[in-house]
Every structure is written in C-alpha cells, then in structure tokens.
Write a protein that binds this ligand. Structure first.
Ligand code: NAP
Length: 316
C-alpha cells in the first residue's frame, strides 16, 4: 500500500501568506506541514528592498524577511518539505495530495501557492528566455552590466525593476502599452526622476529579435496609435506585466474567477469546500502586498483552527 503521511493541517506555499499561517497554526500546537513549492519563500525572495512592511523603518531585503518568517514558524514546530503539488483530491476528507511521487493527507488544507510572473506568450519570448529575455530583474540584472535594457509594463513591478536595473545597465527604457502608468505615484516619481530611465509610450511588443546564439538584439514594437512598427535596439528585456495565480491543480474542484484566482466566502478565507482555505496572492488579484498576504495567512490559520474544533465537537 502507498504510504501516506498525515497532518492535521497542510499549507501549500511558503511565501508571506503560507508562513504566517504556519506561525499561527504551530503556536496552536497543530504541527502544520508546509509544502514549500518551486520557489521557497515565494516572490519576496526575488525582490530587493522591502520598504513597506511595518516594523522595518530602514527597510529589509525580501530574502531576509522571508528567512526570518521561516525561522519564526519553524521555532514553534512547523515542518517543511520541498516540492510541488502535482495532484489534489479534495472530494473527500482527509484531503489527498501528491507531491512529486510522495503522498500526503490532511484534515484541513490551506492554499497559499501564490502567483507566477505573466509572460506575453510570443514564440520569440520562449526562444530567448535566458538569452536576453527575463521575468526576474533581481535574478538576472547582474548579467546586463553597462548594457541597454528594456522593462515591459506600467505597474509598480515595472517601476521597481527598472529602478533596480539602473544599478547595472547603462540605460533602461520602460515600454508601456498605454500613455498612463498604472504604478503608484511614489514609484512613478522615483523612476521618472532617475536619469538612466526613459519611457516609450503606446507600444505593443510584436517580437523579440535575436537568436539564442546571438542573444537579444532588439524588440519589434508596434505603435498602438499610428500602427507603425520599428525595432528598438537593446540587449536585455525584462517582463513586468503582472502575475497569474498558481491554481492549475485545483481546476474543476475549487471555485475560481475568470483569471484563475480562488474565490473565498465573504470576510473569510473559506473556499467552496469546507476545510479548504485560501490565503495570499492566490486569492487576491487586487492588493497583492506582503502585508496583506500575511494578514490573510493569519485569517486562514484561525479559520482552519475553528473548522478543526467544529469537526472534533461533531465527532463527540
Ligand atoms: P500590475 O499592477 O497588474 O501591472 C501590470 C502592468 O503590465 C500594467 O501596466 C499593464 O498594462 C501591463 N501589461 C499587462 N499585460 C500586458 C501585456 N500583455 N502586454 C503589455 N503590457 C501588459 O502588476 P504589477 O506591477 O506586478 O503589480 C501587481 C501588484 O503588486 C500591485 O498591487 C502593485 O501595487 C504590487 N506591487 C507593489 C510593489 C511595492 O509596493 N514595492 C512592487 C511591485 C508590485 P495596463 O496598465 O495597460 O493594464
């Protein structure tokens, strides 16, 4: 018979939401198991300075913040395993999960699997990924010392990545499909006041030009107003066009919106299946902040605890 390790609570994801859930549940002596996912520590591990997490007036590096959250959850008895959930059966309790050939069951499940950087979906994008095209400035920025690079997008991520990339690049051009930025005013101002950052407005990306052998040579752009096309020369291109939630394995089992974000009930983290809760970016397409993810992680922990208490009461 296949071995199944049972935990009262399993938390999928180890970002700000998952680790906060783990902290609360472990302090309640529930010994939660965290399945860390492909990026232990989540998106904050690939960000630089975090200036807006309360309690750190000098700012804190994203990886350090996550390391501290990990240690704090571990201190109270949280168990961790590496791996990604390939299959989930939520049709009966205990819930069943398959993690790269290993099997786990739990009485309550918290999904805090976060979101992944969105790509444009162009064939030339996948061909040149890692050869000049990237979706992670903190991972790859170092390779573009004194090079000309482009950042695609008009949100806070694009401003943040562009500002960070000026540490390496000779020039950074933010290419946006509209005339107006979506980013918050403080992030916009910071980018606009940086002498190394320029803007190109109303441009859609048609193609990344180059080969894996030559690397990126430029980006074919189409003006959204005139329809004119031209190639913008650069050696690096960083995508910062938003995220997609990591909910693939729950399709057909949990209710989601049209973009795949998990739906929760009212002011709670309850999904449509009793005993399954969702926290952090996987259920939040609006705020998507470290602090709001941590807050919803706390809510999920308390919702799960109440659920388990109710189940025990019913069994008596
Ligand atoms: P976002 O706010 O959704 O912005 C995505 C940007 O990419 C938008 O400007 C959008 O253009 C553009 N875009 C989307 N799809 C595109 C496509 N197919 N082709 C070209 N452009 C495309 O995403 P984000 O910047 O990742 O930010 C997400 C959330 O995280 C926000 O709530 C943000 O405040 C937060 N965040 C905060 C910080 C911070 O506080 N330090 C840092 C990063 C992110 P349109 O504007 O035309 O839609």
């Amino acid at each position: 018979m296949t071995e199944r390790r049972h935990s009262r609570i399993i938390i999928i994801g180890s970002g700000a939401a998952g680790l906060t859930t783990a902290l609360y549940n472990s302090r309640a002596n529930l010994e939660p198991l965290v399945i860390e996912g492909i990026q232990p520590g989540g998106q904050l591990t690939i960000t630089t300075e975090v200036e807006n997490f309360p309690g750190f007036p000098e700012g804190i590096q994203g990886p350090e913040l996550m390391d501290r959250m990990h240690k704090q959850a571990e201190k109270f008895g949280t168990k961790f395993i590496f791996g990604t959930v390939n299959r989930a059966n939520l049709s009966k309790t205990p819930f069943e999960l398959e993690v790269e050939g290993r099997f786990f069951t739990c009485d309550a499940l918290i999904i805090a699997s976060g979101a992944t950087a969105k790509l444009l979906g162009l064939p030339s994008e996948s061909q040149l990924m890692g050869h000049g095209v990237s979706a992670c400035a903190t991972c790859d920025g170092f390779f573009f010392k004194n090079k000309e690079i482009a950042v695609i997008g008009g949100g806070d991520s694009a401003m943040e990545e562009a500002t960070f990339l000026t540490k390496f690049a000779s020039k950074v051009t933010i290419i946006h499909r509209r005339q107006e930025l979506r980013a918050s005013s403080i992030m916009q101002e910071r980018a606009k006041n940086n002498p190394k950052i320029k803007f190109l407005w109303n441009k859609n990306i048609s193609e990344f030009v180059g080969t894996p052998q030559t690397g990126l040579k430029g980006i074919r752009l189409k003006d959204t107003i005139s329809g004119e096309e031209n190639v913008f020369e650069c050696q690096g291109a960083f995508l910062a066009i938003g995220h997609v939630p990591n909910t693939q394995v729950f399709k057909g089992q949990l209710e989601m919106d049209e973009k795949g974000y998990l739906l929760t009930k009212g002011k709670s983290t309850k999904t449509n299946i009793p005993g399954v809760f969702a926290a952090g970016d996987v259920q939040d397409s609006i705020y998507r902040q470290a602090i709001s993810a941590a807050g919803s992680g706390c809510m999920a922990a308390l919702d799960a605890q109440h659920y388990l208490e109710e189940q025990e009461f019913k069994q008596k």
